[in-house]
Ligand binder design. Structure first.
Ligand code: 5GP
Length: 186
């Protein structure tokens, strides 16, 4: 069986984090890559768990050193996948990346044989708006920007290997486990 790079994308607020946590709890041969970002931590976020929070200066110098497998900018902040971690882990286990559409397509281009793209979509835009409001950590303007971004991301779904509607995180987790099993056997 081969190890895969499973890229999970989908709009912010869709519930990717919960699904990823379920997947990691149940599969010790799966590890999540923690990205670096220049954005400030949200309440409850911890350095090294959700992200490595680094300065823009450090981010730029790491770009120069080719330290990122891929990186992108969202809302004025940089986000990048640490190359060495992913390459090292893939020797022993499968790796999950929780990144946006642009990053996902870049990963596929860089590692076409290993990368499997899964998009998780909300049951409806209304549902997503409710979930984003529930988060309470963002201004109306930030929410509006995010919803615009959501529409863009959903339009890219046809470029993905699998698209799953997240009605229920546990059911979505089971579907992804099935995808992983099938893809590893290829
Ligand atoms: P947030 O600030 O809500 O945590 O993330 C904003 C966006 O950045 C999300 O779409 C998320 O998937 C994306 N993102 C997080 N980490 C990475 C990364 O390493 N690379 C890329 N390209 N996007 C990322």
């Amino acid at each position: 069986m081969r190890n895969i790079l499973l890229v999970l994308s989908g709009p912010s607020g869709v519930g990717k984090g919960t699904i990823v946590n379920y997947l990691l709890e149940e599969d010790k041969n799966l590890v999540k890559s923690v990205s670096c970002t220049t954005r400030a931590p949200r309440e409850g976020e911890e350095n090294g768990r959700e992200y490595f929070f680094i300065s823009e200066r450090e981010f730029r110098s790491r770009i120069q050193e080719n330290d990122f497998l891929e990186y992108d900018e969202h809302f004025g902040n940089y986000y990048g996948t640490p190359r060495s971690f992913v390459e090292r882990q893939l020797k022993d286990r499968s790796v999950i990346l929780e990144i946006d559409v642009v990053g996902a397509l870049n990963a596929k281009r860089l590692m076409p044989d290993k990368t499997v793209l899964v998009m998780v979509t909300p049951p409806s835009m209304e549902e997503l708006e409710n979930r984003l409001s529930g988060r309470g950590s963002e201004s109306d303007e930030q929410k509006r920007d995010r919803l615009q971004r959501v529409r863009y991301e959903l339009e890219q779904a046809h470029l993905y290997d699998y698209v799953l509607v997240n009605d229920d995180s546990r059911q979505t987790k089971i579907k992804i486990q099935e995808i992983i099993r099938r893809e590893k056997e290829k």
